[in-house]
Write a protein that binds this ligand. Sequence first.
Ligand SMILES: Nc1ncnc2c1ncn2[C@@H]1O[C@H](COP(=O)(O)OP(=O)(O)O)[C@@H](O)[C@H]1O
Ligand SMILES: [Mg+2]
Length: 322
Amino acid sequence: MNFDELLRRRLVFTVGKGGVGRTTVSLAIGLEAARRGKRVLMVELEGARGLERAIDEQRKSRPTAPELRRIGHIEVEGKRALEEYLGLVIPVRRLLKTVFSSNVYQYFVAAAPGLKELMTVGKIWYEVERTDATAPDLVVVDGPATGHSLQYLRMPKAAAEAFPVGLVHREAERIFSLLQDESATAVAIVTTPEEMPVNETLEISRGLSDLGLPRTLLVVNRVHRAPLTPAEIESLGGASPRDGDPASPDEALFAEAVRVADGETGWAELNRENVLRLAREVPIPTVRLPYLFTEEFGGLHVDRLSRDLAGQLDGKPSTEAA
Ligand SMILES: Nc1ncnc2c1ncn2[C@@H]1O[C@H](COP(=O)(O)OP(=O)(O)O)[C@@H](O)[C@H]1O
Ligand SMILES: [Mg+2]
């Protein structure tokens, strides 16, 4: 699968353990899609702010990049989505106001399990299916920041089962069949090559296949690369400092560089085992993004990862990841 094939979908949904780089990867995909001419709507789920911040950083660090004009952003919040929806069904404003302010309604929204998630996914699909002049070509959802990654994707099926007939059933069925359609929806699993995120990735992968949802792409983020081989480090005098004080600042700097290189080589080895485990157990198209060393991770880094991700899907080897 190359990047243009990925872009034939209308929805890309990222999932993965918190902190592995879901927001970064979502934006990386959105940026490349926009570079290829797509109008992209980046969707953030309620309460998260990282995506909006990351898009702002793009605009600050690369203000003239033309693709940024094709990137939009919304936050989807379950309760507001429900009110919008009810507004379509109940066009009498006065009646609507009465409904929204009633205790029964407030109680219902707070108590109905999964309602928020269901309305959120419904709103996302509303955006996906828009056909008006400003409709996006591609919707990229930065997966949920808290709770289980699949809570949103699971909800339409659960709702269709909970309501065996009627409007909710029909809507939920319709949304679920669109999610299952791998020509319309891509699910990108994001992980780092570390034990806990990999364990969670295997769980997510199983969860997706149990639900009959697509597993389109695996993105292994923050892969360390060994700068030197163990033999090279050995030949440079090893990682442990020599006895006594270094003779000069240059020597101290050199010893420090070798020590850092040794640490990185160790990380790269640990990463490699996890990368191999993922390749064995989640055999789907996979992209490996390098760990970028920087004091401040920002817009230019996301742009670099974006080009690397697309390049790898298009068959160019990564210039950076091992
Ligand atoms: N490839 C990378 N190299 C170095 N640092 C990274 C990389 N990807 C992400 N990060 C760092 O990890 C942090 C969390 O990434 P983010 O995309 O916000 O994760 P999530 O959305 O999964 O919580 C970023 O702010 C950045 O500092
Ligand atoms: Mg995030």
